[in-house]
Design a protein around this ligand. Structure first.
Ligand code: NAG
Length: 324
């Protein structure tokens, strides 16, 4: 996920142990850094949730601390072992890898409680498109007793899942949750590459980043969306009732759409002063070492639901990757 990185004035020192090496602090999987949020606006601490294959069923909290001289240090926080009660009902195998958490501080007690959305896979991280895989976006309510003691309670069911059957006909994977407030309303954006189609045109249709409204109290899909979904819950994706927010399909003049919809990791930032919304997305490929082509792109809108336009006035929904 795109990260918000804020450095705040130092007020207190941590009693906890600094990491011996950066690797020890990030769990040995730098690509698993997904979230940095200020946890306590009155202090220096930034919370960073890290996940990854090394973490198994856990995700881990790390902090950044800055001293009066401006030196920044990584500090170990607690490892949390989430075992959602619903995972055996909705996910096809027990891999339970977690990643891409999004922490949303509560309105009432932003320094000590909040909601954490996360991606959870039934098929392993980065399953091949051929494998049977299902993904869900989960939700846990967190209470921060101290920097070293954060307890989580599972929401009891997933927010949304996408089955392989849905993904094979165009649904986006239910991963990379990001949550943004707009007045009293709360919106979820999620999604990524597509599995739709065969051969060279695998994924050329479907997928993309999509949005829908959440219930601001529970953090789950709002009532009208759940009613519409009915017995299909939690496989609630529906391309007529969800908002298409961004795509990045390969395109060339000879063949039309090719090479999939290389987009993921959406994040919406609401700029309070201007009232504008900025949608950040990642294009192309992560995780290929020096051959990685990941790029962070941005579009802007006056409305949270979009459309989001790039600097040339092209809607992010219509953006294509020229593959000529
Ligand atoms: C964390 O805080 C809770 C609430 O104060 C307490 O019940 C629990 O024992 C604490 N856990 C640890 C490991 O300190």
């Amino acid at each position: 996920m795109l990260s918000l990185l804020l450095f705040l004035p130092l007020l207190s020192a941590l009693s906890s142990v600094p990491c011996q090496t950066p690797e020890a602090c990030i769990g040995g999987d730098p690509s698993s850094l997904h979230l940095i949020q200020p946890l306590d606006s009155s202090s220096q601490h930034l919370m960073l949730a890290v996940t990854g294959s090394g973490a198994g069923e856990a995700f881990s909290i790390r902090y950044l601390e800055r001293d009066e001289e401006g030196n920044v240090e990584w500090i170990m926080g607690p490892d949390s072992y989430l075992k959602p009660t619903w995972s055996s009902s909705y996910l096809k195998n027990g891999n339970l890898a977690f990643w891409a958490p999004e922490f949303v501080p509560s309105e009432e007690e932003p320094e000590s409680s909040g909601k954490m959305y996360y991606s959870i896979s039934g098929g392993g991280i980065n399953p091949s498109v051929d494998s049977i895989s299902e993904f869900c976006i989960g939700l846990a309510y967190g209470t921060v007793h101290s920097l070293q003691n954060i307890t989580w309670s599972d929401a009891g069911s997933p927010v949304i899942c996408v089955s392989s059957e849905q993904a094979n006909v165009g649904a986006p994977h239910a991963i990379d949750p990001s949550v943004v407030k707009s007045g009293e309303r709360l919106y979820l954006t999620f999604g990524s590459w597509s599995d739709y189609g065969d051969g060279e045109n695998q994924g050329a249709r479907g997928g993309g980043v999509w949005m829908n409204e959440l219930d601001p109290l529970t953090g789950m899909l709002k009532e009208s969306v759940l009613e519409e979904c009915g017995d299909d819950f939690p496989n609630c994706f529906n391309d007529e009732h969800f908002i298409s927010a961004a795509n990045h399909r390969g395109y060339n003049a000879d063949e039309g759409y090719v090479d999939g919809n290389s987009i993921e990791a959406s994040y919406i930032y609401h700029h309070e002063t201007s009232g504008e919304y900025f949608m950040f997305v990642n294009w192309f490929y992560c995780c290929r070492g020096v051959d990685s082509t990941y790029q962070i792109m941005v579009g802007k809108s006056d409305k949270v639901e979009g459309p989001y336009y790039d600097k040339n006035g092209v809607s992010l929904v219509d953006t294509v990757a020229d593959t000529q």
